[in-house]
Ligand binder design. Sequence first.
Ligand SMILES: O=C(O)CCC(=O)C(=O)O
Ligand SMILES: [Fe+2]
Length: 222
Amino acid sequence: MLFDALPRTNTQVTPGVVHLPNWLPIDQQADIIGQLRAIARALSGTPLAMARPQLKSGRMQVFMLHLGRYWATNPYRYVTHVAGQPVPPIPANLTKLAMDALDEASHYDSSLTTTSFRPDMALVNYYPPGATMGLHQDLNEDSPAPIVSLSIGDEALFRIGGTENRNKPWDDVTLTSGDIIVFGGPKRLAFHGVPQTRPGTLPEGCGLSDGRINITFRQVEA
Ligand SMILES: O=C(O)CCC(=O)C(=O)O
Ligand SMILES: [Fe+2]
């Protein structure tokens, strides 16, 4: 963290968005990176290998690993198999982590309902140093359940705006390694993205040597 003096406490950023800084201890961050690396290795050379999706607007900067469901493009949708190969499940420890994080976030925002949360898709994004992600909506889930997002590695500027368009006003939150951000309720379909990641800001021992991993836990099935 560049700005160690800044207060970092659990906060409702705006109705529907809760930030839980330093939520996951560093040793558990490294364990998760090891676990994801093993899955990515097992999938390399298959149709499910980590890759940068090609969108109509260009090739994304992030490499994506898909768990539980595969986010297919053109048209955008979720599928359970790719070229006959089943998408690997979300490991049980990660499902539990997402449910625990949402439970804690719900204490800061009554719109973040937890009782029916069953994450069935986890999208793992690897941001190479300095990579960004444009403002977009997460629209392909049938369930209105919140999105639970875990960050590991380099600091990122997370931006979330309104549900109608990409215009201001936005809320900007710096996400550091181990942070959770949850968005749901009135912000579930808000435009959001990562206009900046800060190379070399990752903490020692997080399991990455550079860049950033973000995992978004989603509930696709209503
Ligand atoms: O990397 C992040 O913090 C956000 C990722 C995201 O919005 C997505 O994967 O849809
Ligand atoms: Fe998103």
